[in-house]
Design a protein around this ligand. Structure first.
Ligand code: HSE
Length: 401
């Protein structure tokens, strides 16, 4: 029997307990030992909860108990999760987490600490919720050079964009509905401004390259400026608008950024709707592989944490592969990556747009008093220089094929 502790009894923490209790028999069989939850750490009491007797309020009880070999951390945020994780790893207790903020910020140090103490720091649930993506990257795609990842990594924004597209509603209306349904936080900034997806693409870039990609250097542009008119054009172009998180490696330059983009029917991500997430991975031998599923939610996220717990039970006393070094990954400014742009300008400036950009694919009479264009490929500096001269410029969305 192996004793574990769960830190945090909120949505994910209670999900971890539920997953283990519901699937106890098969989890034990797969782990090769009985997985027994000895403690649940939380500041609160849970009177009437079937596991209320396991609840402790002092982390010292867990950290000082030599019987505890594995900790499932579902506290979220940097502190006190960082301190507890360091202390656990320092005494050889493996830690499995869904905490993407912590993984992104201190993943290199925590993986190093795990290795020095013959245990593991695993974080499958931190990217794509319940979708297995980190384990395939670390354990399966070992024959490939991964040069591109394109992800829909945030369920909240994918839900909002899907509803705007399919119901013709505006951003504010759909956000309010998403908040009422519990799909969006009361303060939705981290999701709608692309920060959540930015942290996830930083984790993927770090894992793929073995070097530490900083979220602070990942350009993020959110969805708050997307309007119903943008979808009118997108539909005419047989495209959808999605918030994409991109990682690209080209000629030794690394790019990681998050921005809304138009994608066409040939893109495998085209059909990813509502709260679902998907990650399209390109390997130089493999070509494309796509991973799809529930990117958030209590049980899917908990399922991923428990799958890490099972891996840790199978490998007590060892460090599982994965993680990255503290060496920084230099990220190249996303603006130097060439792409096409969908651009809206006032109808009266359509002629000057064509003068500056040349003959472009054109969409007229879809929205009153304006014209839509698709530019040829160019980098963002060139685009910005050219568009600066067009006074009737309304907006632009990148096109990613
Ligand atoms: N807020 C996140 C999302 C939850 O909407 O995808 C999972 O990280």
């Amino acid at each position: 029997m192996i004793k574990i502790a769960v830190l945090g009894y909120g949505t994910v923490g209670s999900g971890i307990v539920e997953v283990i209790k519901t699937n106890q028999k098969l989890i034990d069989e797969r782990a090769g030992e009985q997985v027994d939850i000895k403690y649940i750490l939380d500041l609160r009491d849970f009177p009437g909860d079937p596991y209320e007797k396991l609840v402790v309020h002092d982390a010292e009880v867990i950290l000082n108990d030599s019987e505890i070999r594995i900790i499932a951390e579902a506290m979220g945020g940097i502190e006190p999760a960082f301190t507890f994780t360091k202390r656990a790893l320092a005494v050889g207790k493996s830690v499995c987490t869904s905490n993407k903020e912590l993984v992104e910020k201190h993943g290199a140090e925590l993986c190093e600490l795990a290795k020095a103490n013959n245990c593991s720091y695993l974080f499958e649930a931190s990217v794509g919720g319940g979708i297995p993506i980190l384990r395939p990257l670390v354990n399966c795609l070992t024959a490939d050079h991964i040069d591109a990842v394109t992800g829909i990594l945030n369920g909240t924004t994918n839900y909002i964009l899907t509803r705007m597209d399919e119901d013709g509603a505006d951003y504010e209306t759909v956000l309010k509905e998403a908040q009422e349904k519990g799909y969006a936080e009361r303060n939705p900034e981290a999701d709608v401004e692309g920060y959540d997806a930015g942290r996830k693409i930083a984790i993927l870039a770090s894992l793929i390259t073995g070097k530490d990609a900083d979220f602070e250097h990942v350009y993020t542009e959110g969805i708050t400026g997307i309007t119903p008119e943008d979808f009118v054009y997108a539909r005419a172009m047989k495209r959808v608008i999605r918030l994409l998180a991109l990682y690209r490696e080209k000629n030794g330059s690394y790019y990681a950024y998050v921005a809304p983009a138009m994608i066409g029917r040939d893109n495998p991500l085209y059909g990813v709707r509502d709260v679902f997430n998907s990650i399209l991975v390109h390997g130089n031998m493999l070509g494309n592989a796509m991973f799809y599923g529930a990117g958030a939610g209590k049980l899917p996220t908990a399922s991923a944490v428990v799958s890490d717990v099972v891996d840790c039970v199978r490998s007590v006393g060892e460090t599982l592969p994965g993680g990255w070094s503290r060496e920084k990954l230099p990220l190249t400014d996303h603006r130097s990556r060439a792409k096409r742009f969908f651009v809206r300008v006032s109808q009266q400036d359509a002629a000057s747009f064509t003068e500056v950009f040349g003959e472009c694919e054109k969409y007229e009479s879809l929205v009153e008093s304006e014209t839509g264009f698709v530019t040829p490929e160019m980098d963002e500096n060139e685009f910005e220089e050219k568009i600066a001269g067009i006074s009737g410029y309304i907006s632009r969305i990148r096109i990613e094929d």
